[in-house]
Ligand binder design. Structure first.
Ligand SMILES: *Cc1c(COP(=O)(O)O)cnc(C)c1O
Length: 378
């Protein structure tokens, strides 16, 4: 069997172990310490945002963001339907109801038009949504300025799920810094990884201070353990943060390499009728191209579907994956209100994520090209 080519696998830069060793040498083996502070500072500077809290996971950051906005049982929270379940799960942790909104064709992200429709109808139904959770999927910026504009007209705070979009920009500004709060993830397959971890960012330093308080069991200032709030154990470990500090040194390299992968696929599919590579709609958008994706239209490929492509790759031990199955199509969220026009559903049926790791070799790309040329040879 040929070695496996992964969709996206961890890619260490080389300095990670030095930061981890420093934590051991100084005995900072705890969910606080110099690496946690350093990693937060790195993320702050990189994204040009006032404050960042390093946390145990992106999911934890999403959960805390909603707690900080006062989301409670019985509330409604609007979220992108076309996403990974981790965007929507924390809404239900709080006993609130997700209201799912469909994507638009050009960015694959939340449609500002459907968002406005959803807000108006929920308000007419008697409940104003407490928050809007907008996702920047596969690193592609959503129409974030329009979404923030719609949201602010109704005075609803926006949380950006930028778990897949660290380093992506809209009109030169880092994603995760347009809304009230932004969320990043450092899980194993993201553009940089700490093995597992996440962060919450905001220009409101007070909110981030509160998130740190809630993330460390909400301990009040007192010599004994005193609590006036429900707390969580969501802080990032100083070991993990050391990996993050090393990864920050190579983040820009990883983005350049992933963008090169995207160009490689664009070149490869240039002549292939019926296969469209997912690309920025205009100069305003700068995607980290975390994953390169294509949409396959069998009516234009002579009947070849994305499943044919996926299975041909699988046979050669090359991992590909259908796009995220929209949340409104998931059994667990089937009862949630949904505002849509079929876009995400269509994308799910015809779309495929291709190997996109920053550690792919020329030999890997050669193997991928061989399979693609074979599948589309007619
Ligand atoms: C990975 C991911 C998350 C969750 O982040 P974790 O760090 O794995 O908890 C949330 N939303 C999206 C869109 C993701 O891709």
């Amino acid at each position: 069997m040929k070695t496996k080519i992964w969709l996206s696998s961890p890619h260490m830069g080389g300095d990670e172990q030095a930061f981890v060793k420093e934590a051991f040498d100084q005995n900072w083996i705890a969910p606080l310490g110099p690496n946690v502070n350093g990693f937060e500072e790195d993320l702050q500077n990189y994204n040009n945002v006032n404050a960042v809290a390093a946390l145990s996971a992106g999911t934890a950051a999403l959960h805390l963001a909603m707690i900080l906005l006062g989301v409670k049982a019985g509330d409604e929270v609007i979220a992108s339907s076309f996403t990974f379940s981790a965007t929507v799960n924390p809404i239900t942790y709080l006993g609130a109801t997700p209201v799912l909104v469909d994507s638009e064709e050009d960015t694959w992200n939340m449609s500002p038009l459907l968002l406005e429709k959803a807000i108006k109808e929920r308000i007419a139904n008697g409940k104003k949504p407490k928050a809007i959770m907008v996702v920047h999927l596969y690193g592609m910026p959503a129409k974030i300025k329009e979404i923030v504009e719609v949201a602010s007209r109704f005075n609803i705070p926006v949380i950006e799920d930028a778990a897949e979009a660290l380093g992506s920009k809209y009109q030169g500004q880092a994603l995760g810094t347009f809304g009230k709060m932004g969320v990043y993830s450092f899980n194993g397959n993201k553009i940089i990884t700490t093995s597992g971890g996440g962060a919450l960012a905001s220009n409101d330093t007070d909110l981030i201070a509160k998130s740190r308080f809630l993330a460390t069991q909400a301990r009040d200032a007192a010599p004994h353990y005193q609590h006036t709030h429900i707390g969580y154990n969501y802080r990032m470990s100083n070991i993990t943060a050391g990996i993050g500090r090393g990864q920050m040194k190579v983040l820009d390299d990883h983005i350049a390499l992933r963008r090169q992968n995207h160009m490689f696929y664009q070149e490869l599919f240039k002549e292939v009728e019926g296969v469209t590579v997912f690309t920025e709609p205009s100069e305003d958008y700068y995607s980290n191209h975390w994953l390169s994706c294509v949409v396959v239209d069998p009516s234009r490929t002579g009947g070849i579907s994305r499943e044919d492509l996926r299975l041909a790759m699988e046979k050669e031990n090359i991992e590909c994956r259908p796009l995220w199955k929209p949340m409104h199509m998931q059994p667990v969220f089937a009862d949630c209100p949904f505002y849509g026009d079929g876009t995400a559903e269509r994308l799910f049926e015809t779309g495929l994520c291709l190997p996109s790791g920053s550690n792919m070799t020329d030999e890997d790309r050669e193997r991928i090209a061989t399979v693609l040329k074979e599948v589309f040879k007619s």
